[in-house]
Design a protein around this ligand. Sequence first.
Ligand code: AMP
Ligand code: ZN
Length: 486
Amino acid sequence: MALKLYNTLTRQKAEFTPIDPNNVRMYVCGPTVYDFAHIGNARPVIVFDVLFRLLRHIYGPEHVTYVRNITDVDDKINARAARDFPDLPLNEAIRKVTTATEKQFHDDIAALGVLPPTFEPRATEYIRRDDGRDDMVSLIEALVKLGNAYVASDHVLFDVASMPDYGKLSNRSLDEMEAGARVEVAPYKKGPMDFVLWKPSKPGEPAWPSPCGIATPGRPGWHIECSAMAGALLGDVFDIHGGGIDLTFPHHENEIAQSRCAHGTPVMANVWMHNGFLQVEGEKMSKSLGNFVTLNELLTGHKFGNQNWHGRVIRLAMLMTHYRQPIDWSVDRLFEARESLFEWNKLCFDAPTDVQLNIEPITDPLGDDLNTPLAISAVHGLARNVRSAKSGAEMTAAASRLRQGLDFLGLYEIQPSLTLLAQDIDQGPSDMEVRPLIEARNSARKHKDFKEADRIRDELAKMGISLKDTKNKETGEIETTWEVTR
Ligand code: AMP
Ligand code: ZN
């Protein structure tokens, strides 16, 4: 199948051609682990999971390598550790913060039905490595040797002026960037846009032996972390690099500068993909506005719409909008997602999966720059096919297809969670959903396919619905009524 992706670097949608179809390589910037993941952080996790699934579908599951890192060295982490564990030595406190936050992140995103990435490297494991290959220290030393970086006051800085096409990704000239960005002023910088590759640590702060013969131990800047992890695990040039739109500048621009200059390559990754931003109830999410929502609060708490939300409902709510568009996160959106998901899963939860069916109505739109809204309308179509099936066999086939489609999108739920969804829904199933199943059962009985008729009755029973058959005295026909018994 064809795959087209929008590339931030070229500002165009183009046919995707992997460097090596036997090993398609993707890197996505992961979380900085100092606090609960918020609902905005969940967006790249879900969006790039859909892309990962699609790449595995096209090239084969063993032929895709997906790296999503954990940033576990960062000044925000240090600050949080000092605040939360003031009595512990800082390094011990940091470990407590990062270990607990990383576990929380994994627990929370597990509910979203995302596949684990192939590698999930921690930044601290790539500062210095035994083989020295693409670790942060060797990349920094290479950049200094090549004249792209310089040492000043125990810092190492990237010399932006040494790279003629710096700014290509965000499509801004150096002058524009200087005017627009909040650049850190520091007396030791040659140019205002020069950024930190390495900085000295104060006593008690996390520190590693510094590169370039700097005596004071120090720690890496944020951007070099991703260049090192991506280079070590995916090579000098790889296929796809992703993250939220806010990372385009300066983070991704700086990753590109470091990796390209150190490796002497025309690109770092061929395709750069960015998900749009998420707002909450029409406003930028912020703690001071009181509209800050963590993923964990949605899953377990009672903060949003005064109820807890199933992880797959959150996933569907996210995918209802195309990944490049901004999302306005709202309670209505969650209710809508929940209703659809509940109906779909009810229609197919025990459908057989022994035969691989054609789910092109779902994969094809995804191949057009991950058009998830179109894929979701295709799911509605598959669900309609189940409802309008004329025979038991037709219904089984339609339900299997729906199930495989949902499974592909990570939206299929097994029975216990379905019950959970059902309990959250107040009104229960409607006659519009139940009636086609009853019709199919009656038709099976008419054709003396009692096995199929019983199967449908059992399926309805699992949905908490019991049937009552009565013979119409005038016509002699069997008439079936239903009620919810659970
Ligand atoms: P951070 O931990 O802040 O580096 O963010 C981790 C990921 O979440 C990055 O890819 C960010 O671009 C993304 N992200 C952060 N906030 C939002 C938001 N409000 N909407 C969409 N993506 C976001
Ligand atoms: Zn990154």
